[in-house]
Design a binder for this molecule. Structure first.
Ligand code: FA5
Length: 345
């Protein structure tokens, strides 16, 4: 019987080493180690031996069984690894590698700034109103008191779609849309949106940019209300340290007209007056909005009687206030799509 066991052991090991695919493993296992396998049937034959021979022979069979079991596990591991590396060579895809993490995006700085502006004006009772981005000559200019061939048109170099249609140069035509929709109610709205100008690109000017228009129409609205609202905005946007300056100016659709400047970030660090930078053209101030009392002709075009109603309007940039807020020195970063810039905010 000992000879039989040794023969089986040798044959089992040789056959196991000759296997070259994991598919062949189960068959080998059943033949040698399975319930009806060769080693089990040898164990069953122990009963035919004398009681003196039986324990020693039983021990040998169990040792061989243990040895074959260990060899089987080792061979199984080796064949699986070979299989995987062959598969990788063919597919170039390791399905066991962990996946790459997804990078999550976030809102563009312009959108973040717009939302901040909405929140501040919402707290002062202003509602958001949306007006068209592509406008007619009539709305972009004529109804705002800028007739055809009027020299004031030079203030807005324009992208014409055809003789009558323009990409809006400012959000001010939205004033007419809002007035015509709300008449005869009082109005307190902001009108955000993209504007386009055929313009020289510089650190403070792009050919596309956002504006937020503001319009308040009511009885007895005065210039001081406009100044109060814009001072409150500056205070909430920047805190007390940022200075606001109101300058007399000219717009055909407001009378009187003003421009609103904010102190530039370049003077901020040491708390002294700004010595200037290229963003503020070395003046220490950056213009952020045009504004004024709505011109009687514009009120009339919107349906409101100027004898009875009055109102203020402003048109504020969005990128420029963001430049000041975050100490950015060039507006061109907003449209450069450089992630190194965008990821900072
Ligand atoms: C206007 O567009 C007037 N419609 C503003 C207005 C509205 C006046 C209502 C009176 C009543 P202006 O061209 O100055 O005005 O533009 C207003 C603001 O838009 C500027 O102060 C600036 O913040 C922003 N802006 C103007 N042009 C550009 C540009 N090319 N790039 C970036 N921001 C600009």
């Amino acid at each position: 019987m000992l000879e039989q066991i040794n023969k089986l052991r040798k044959k089992g090991q040789n056959e196991l080493n000759a296997l070259n695919s994991t598919d062949q493993l189960p068959e080998w296992y059943y033949r040698y180690l399975g319930r009806k396998g060769d080693l089990t049937s040898l164990l069953k034959q122990l009963g035919t031996l004398s009681s003196e021979e039986r324990p020693a022979m039983g021990k040998v069979i169990n040792e061989v069984k243990q040895e074959l079991q260990e060899s089987f596990e080792l061979r199984q591991k080796t064949l699986r690894e070979t299989n995987l590396s062959q598969q990788l060579g063919i597919d170039d895809l390791d399905v066991t590698l962990p996946g790459r993490p997804c990078t999550t995006g976030h809102l563009h700085l312009t959108t973040q700034t717009l939302r901040r502006i909405y929140k501040i004006f919402q707290e002062m009772g202003f509602q958001v109103y949306e007006a068209p981005e592509v406008e007619s000559d009539e709305f972009n200019f004529q109804l705002l008191n800028i007739p055809e061939y009027h020299p004031a048109r030079d203030m807005w170099d324009t992208f014409w779609v055809n003789d009558e249609v323009v990409l809006r140069t400012h959000t001010s035509p939205g004033q007419i849309w809002a007035m015509r929709e709300y008449y005869p109610e009082p109005i307190r709205v902001i009108l955000p949106g993209k504007c386009y100008r055929f313009e020289q690109i510089t650190p403070r000017s792009e050919h596309q940019f956002f504006q937020v228009e503001g319009l308040a129409i009511g009885k007895n609205i005065r210039l001081t209300d406009l100044i109060g609202v814009m001072s409150e905005f500056a205070h909430k946007m920047y805190g007390v340290e940022r200075k606001v300056r109101f300058r007399g100016s000219y717009f055909p659709f407001t009378e009187p007209s003003i421009e609103i400047d904010m102190s530039c970030s370049c003077g901020e660090e040491d708390g002294t007056e700004s010595s200037g930078c290229r963003l503020c053209k070395y003046t220490g101030w950056l213009e952020v909005a045009g504004a004024g009392m709505v011109h009687p002709a514009v009120l009339r075009n919107g349906g409101y009687d100027p004898e009875e109603w009055s109102g203020f309007a402003f048109g504020m940039g969005v990128e420029r206030p963001a430049l000041l807020k975050h100490n950015i020195d060039d507006i061109r970063y907003f449209y450069g799509n450089d992630l190194r810039f965008l990821q900072q905010f």
